[in-house]
Design a binder for this molecule. Structure first.
Ligand SMILES: [Zn+2]
Length: 160
């Protein structure tokens, strides 16, 4: 596992670089976005903005935002991709596959007869920004959202 500093953390880097073209939703200290390297196309990443390793370090509001975004990602994937199943992955510590000490939840569509094998994300080819943007646009096509402002920040709100 990489040293636990925001300067060397790849999740922190992706969060810093995430623009509105690849962000599905922002909540209280949490971002849902299309990751740079995904093991399965149309997966969604969800991570807290603060560099922290696990759920136990999140504030209650952040926990709610994170679980709300898992639901959003699952709903968008189900609506647009129509998978046979979904996985929600969260690796904690290196033995479980966590490569940076930064909580990263992955919502992953799964399909009958499509073999899946765990791979280190650093070995997965990276997507271009244009590919990630296209994935975001596809996933949000079927869910109704609005942009709302709160305390000067804009949030994408998904309607139930
Ligand atoms: Zn980090």
């Amino acid at each position: 596992m990489h040293p636990s500093t925001p300067a060397t953390c790849d999740v922190c880097r992706q969060l810093r670089d995430a623009d509105e073209h690849i962000v599905l939703a922002r909540g209280q200290g949490v971002l849902a976005f299309i990751g740079e390297r995904v093991r399965v196309p149309n997966s969604v990443f969800i991570a807290p903005l603060q560099h922290c390793a696990g759920l136990h370090e999140l504030e209650p509001g952040e926990l709610i935002a994170l679980s709300t975004m898992v639901r959003l990602a699952a709903r968008a994937i189900e609506a647009e991709i129509n998978p046979d199943g979904l996985n929600v992955w969260w690796a904690f510590r290196p033995l479980a596959g966590q490569t940076d000490a930064h909580l990263l939840v992955e919502v992953v569509p799964r399909f009958v007869n499509v073999h899946y094998e765990y791979t280190d994300l650093s070995n997965v080819p990276s997507s271009t920004h244009a590919q990630r943007r296209a994935t975001k646009e596809r996933l949000l096509r079927s869910v109704q959202t609005t942009i709302e402002e709160k305390n000067g920040e804009h949030f994408r709100v998904v309607h139930q």
